[in-house]
Write a protein that binds this ligand. Structure first.
Ligand SMILES: [Zn+2]
Length: 353
């Protein structure tokens, strides 16, 4: 399914400085944070009010609306956040397309979400980006101030990794050649994970560093390669391990490692790493409580970037505030600053992301 992109640019001004963007290296995913505001509603707001923040594209259940040309910059992430430079070697505003999901009010979430997924795939195809490494949530870049779009997706039952999987799936339809083929990158200087530089899928007969990485990940995930280990040669033993892995996670069992298998592998490894390290207490904890259980909650919150102040085992105002900030990401949670079974469940989900 392909969608139409509407290009109706706002006039130049604070919101659209008219500066050339150079090479597009990644996508920052947002939501408007303004329930019920539509794509055109946002366009008209930015066109007339010209606030010094903006994004390239607004998506609702009717429109994929580009309000700033994709070869110009938009101001959609605070320049002082460090995550974009660390990951991509550039400020988001200088090297990323900002995409906003409109939601709430009379907007049909599913229709808007489908367009949002499709448009991310479209951008990946157009700029040779890898969904697994080159799409980042605004919340991930600016966790102390932002929850978008993770909170909105979550409150509609979609985790971040499910969203990325959906984009990967959608991107397959853009490739004219082989299914699961990820475009190679035209700018060799760009720092990136090996997934983006290898032609996917890989399978029996392939060899090299990327094969060795995948083999090591299989071993780490519990799919041992007792005969040859991580030797960089994709033989029958590796193929069998891949097929066991695919079978266990209900993926297409073809023994080939493409974006879907890689993404699932990374997800599984992250869960293995984070789950045992961050035990979460049962029961209810609130301001005034003390002890090891409180410390566990503080450690977990710290890990997912909701800083609780000192990890001292004392449920004071800072811890309460961190719990409340976390809760505010989810429509399903009361923002009461009290840690209970529901909050526990969502913190666990976040740790496993
Ligand atoms: Zn945002």
């Amino acid at each position: 399914m392909a969608y139409e992109i509407t290009r109706d640019y706002i006039r130049t001004g604070n919101s659209r400085p008219g500066i050339n963007i150079g090479t597009v290296r990644f996508i920052v995913s947002h939501d408007t944070g303004n329930p019920g505001s539509t794509a055109y509603g946002n366009r008209n707001y930015f066109d007339t009010q010209q606030p010094s923040a903006s994004a390239h594209t607004f998506i609702d259940d009717n429109y994929i609306l580009e309000i700033i040309p994709l070869n110009e910059i938009a101001y959609h992430v605070r320049p002082s956040v460090p995550g974009d430079n660390r990951r991509y070697g550039a400020n988001a505003n200088d090297a990323a397309i900002g995409v906003e999901l409109c939601h709430g009010g009379g907007i049909n979430f599913q229709l808007a979400y489908d367009r949002y997924v499709w448009y991310h795939a479209y951008l990946c195809d157009r700029f040779n980006l890898n969904p697994n490494s080159d799409i980042i949530a605004h919340a991930t870049l600016d966790p102390s101030r932002r929850t978008d779009p993770i909170g909105i997706l979550r409150s509609n039952g979609i985790s971040w990794s499910m969203f990325i999987d959906d984009v990967v799936e959608e991107l397959r339809d853009f490739s004219g050649e082989v299914d699961e083929d990820t475009p190679s990158n035209p700018t060799p200087s760009r720092p990136q994970r090996p997934t983006a530089t290898s032609r996917l899928p890989i399978g029996e007969g392939d060899s090299g560093l990327f094969v060795r990485d995948v083999q090591q990940q299989l071993i780490d995930a519990g799919y041992g390669l007792p005969r040859f280990g991580a030797d960089g040669i994709f033989g029958e033993e590796t193929e069998n391990a891949v097929m066991r892995f695919q079978r266990n996670y209900n993926l297409a069992v073809d023994g080939l490692v493409g974006p879907v298998t890689i993404s699932k592998l990374q997800q599984v490894l992250q869960q293995k790493v984070s789950a045992p390290d961050f035990p979460l207490p049962n029961g209810i904890l609130r301001r005034g409580d003390q002890g090891n259980a409180v410390k566990q909650v503080q450690r977990a919150l710290n890990q997912i970037n909701f800083k609780p102040g000192a990890i001292d085992g004392i449920y004071g105002p800072n811890t309460e505030d961190a719990v409340r900030r976390f809760q505010s990401m989810y429509a399903a949670l009361a923002n009461d600053g009290i840690y209970g079974p529901n909050t526990r469940r969502y913190i666990r989900m976040e740790l496993n992301e």
